[in-house]
Design a protein around this ligand. Structure first.
Ligand code: KG4
Ligand code: ZN
Length: 360
């Protein structure tokens, strides 16, 4: 089966062609046009600007995806498109494009929830042509990746969401915990803004944190001891703000900034890891999955991997290659494959963008 994935929920215009053959996914193309440089100037996303960029980029990106995959549109079996959650102005561009293509090409189209796609990026791990090309040479075969096993626990951490999702089988989601205020990625972005480091904050903070001391600044671990599996990151951001305002620090000093980054990053990782491990134990998860933009964070990947190995001997940890953690359309196609198996397409006339679509 060959699937065209389309993603425009936020500030990345993306299209990918993914094939499922002989029990594995192969990414034939995965094209992403990021608007980061444009939004960096305003320190965050301006929805109208994002929409205009999507309009400009959408068709050329789809075109590139077909060219890179050396495929004609007739060869695709289905289209998968993100219809929510996300910014309505951004979602509409991908959704309307998919509807037109569905009508003109006479291909079934599947609406995909952006968060389920982040979870399904775990099925793409270590399986992409990109990875093979980079680490093993173009002709080498990558080893068959270990597939996630049910029941699984997925931690999805992105700019808009922080969710712990239990899955007992494919396409079956139970959100057992989520953030009560800011998402983890949002907290990274806001703290970077407080420290005047630029946008998006996650990659900048994690880079600077490498040279900092994670114990230098005493920051809270919100809700870490509470029995539920919810999170709260707004208070942590405010704690950073109070430290900055205390007058104790010289923010022109590089070491001080690195210490802020390392201490903040450690606090986020501590909370995410502790709650995920506790939930995995309680629900007897056979695999623990990490995905979403914040999953590109090296400390989070390393810490969760080690903890799962140490504390959950009967389960294993999976996370996609970092490039598949941030928004892309290959993950949309991967989720589309599992819906297509169940013949779950929607007539193009009925496909609608839903900015608040909750995973259930
Ligand atoms: O999944 P994603 O690309 O878009 C959404 O669905 O929101 O996630 C973007 C978020 C941003 O908040 C960004 O700061 C964060 O992921 N992020 C990171 C890292 N790379 C991206 N956060 C922490 N460490 C990173 N290395
Ligand atoms: Zn995302």
């Amino acid at each position: 089966m060959v699937i065209l994935g389309i993603e425009t929920s936020c500030d990345e215009t993306a299209a990918a062609i993914v094939q499922y053959k002989s029990g594995r996914f192969k990414i034939l193309s995965n094209i992403i046009s990021s608007q980061v440089d444009i939004h960096a100037k305003t320190g965050g996303i301006v929805p109208e600007v994002a929409a205009r960029e999507h309009i400009k980029n959408m068709l050329p990106i789809i075109d590139q995806a077909f060219k890179k995959a050396s495929l004609d549109y007739k060869k695709i079996d289905t289209i998968a498109v993100t219809t929510g959650p996300g910014l309505i102005t951004s979602l509409l561009i991908g959704v309307e494009t998919a509807k037109v293509l569905s009508y003109v090409w006479k291909k079934p189209t599947i609406p995909i929830n952006h968060l389920e796609a982040h979870i399904y990026s775990n099925w793409l791990r270590a399986d992409s042509a990109e990875l093979r090309a980079r680490s093993l040479g173009p002709k080498a075969q990558s080893p068959k990746p270990r597939a996630p096993q049910f029941p699984l626990l997925a931690l999805v951490v992105s700019g808009g969401h922080t969710e712990l999702v239990l899955m007992k089988k494919h396409l079956d989601y139970k959100v057992i915990g989520q953030t009560r205020d800011d998402a983890a990625g949002e907290a990274f972005d806001k703290v970077a803004k407080l420290l005047r480091l630029g946008y998006p904050g996650g990659p900048i903070i994690s880079k600077l944190a490498e040279k900092g001391n994670p114990e230098a600044i005493d920051l809270p671990r919100p809700m870490i001891k509470e029995k539920n599996f919810d999170f709260s990151f707004a208070g942590l951001k405010t704690a950073v703000l109070y430290e900055i305002r205390s007058g104790k620090y010289n923010l022109n000093d590089k070491k001080t900034i690195a210490n802020f980054c390392a201490s903040f990053q450690q606090a986020v990782v501590d909370v995410l890891v502790e709650k995920t491990i506790r939930a995995a134990k309680e629900y007897k998860a056979k695999s623990v999955l990490l995905s979403g933009g914040v999953a590109a964070n090296h400390l989070l990947r390393k810490t969760l991997k080690e903890k799962v190995k140490k504390e959950l001997p009967n389960s294993y940890f999976l996370t996609p290659n970092s490039s598949l953690c941030t928004d892309n359309a290959a993950m949309i196609a991967a989720a589309g494959y599992f819906h297509a198996l169940k013949h779950e397409s929607t007539p193009w006339q009925k496909i609608k963008a839903d900015p608040n679509w909750e995973l259930k």
